[in-house]
Design a binder for this molecule. Structure first.
Ligand code: HEM
Length: 157
């Protein structure tokens, strides 16, 4: 087995865990919390559940980035990043950069505190904002996964 195949396996496993977790949170956990909990308890309940996934997601995001940049370097794919028919390459980096910023910078530095303050003031509005943000991120991530699988296996857009 060569190093490129190994890097691809690590990449796909990391993506499955990370984007799969985002799907579960968006499509199952957030709607359940919305229906089962009082508005004032939703933020705390959501934080308690998602907090358990956040550190796992940090590991997967790091592994996806390392394996992704390794493949790009091994394949010498840099020139393709500017080619519109390979839109899925910069799309992957964009999705990765958004999650890296949220998980490694915004969450520990200010997002957590901002979320608590806003949830105290407006629990319903804050929850709807969280749900909308997750739906947007999941849609962009899913489109990127689909485009990347097709593109990496020879489909020219
Ligand atoms: C730093 C960020 C990333 C870089 C540099 C990167 C790079 C790459 C490269 C170069 C390939 C092509 C491998 C090949 O042609 O054999 C690839 C494949 C792939 N990437 Fe990424 N990637 C990154 C992040 C992501 C993210 C965030 C996602 C999902 C949202 C993703 C999903 C995929 C998928 C599904 C494949 C196709 C795997 C296959 O079917 O063989 N990547 N990535």
């Amino acid at each position: 087995m060569d190093d490129l195949v190994l890097a691809r396996a690590v990449h796909v496993l990391a993506i499955v865990h990370w984007i799969g977790g985002v799907s579960l949170v968006t499509l199952v956990i957030l709607p359940a919390v919305q229906h089962l909990a009082e508005p004032s308890r939703r933020a705390a309940l959501f934080e308690a559940i998602e907090g358990r996934f956040a550190w796992q997601a940090r590991v997967s995001v790091a592994l996806a980035g390392l394996s992704g940049f390794y493949m790009a370097w091994r394949l010498d794919a840099w020139a393709l990043f500017g080619d519109p028919s390979f839109w899925w390459l910069p799309a992957m980096v964009l999705v990765w950069a958004i999650f890296t910023f949220v998980l490694f910078v915004a969450e520990p530095l200010f997002l957590h505190a901002w979320f608590r303050r806003r949830a105290e003031r407006d629990p319903d509005g804050t929850f709807r904002l969280v749900l909308r943000g997750h739906r947007i991120l999941l849609t962009v991530s899913a489109a990127t996964v689909g485009g990347a699988v097709l593109g990496a296996h020879g489909v020219v857009f």
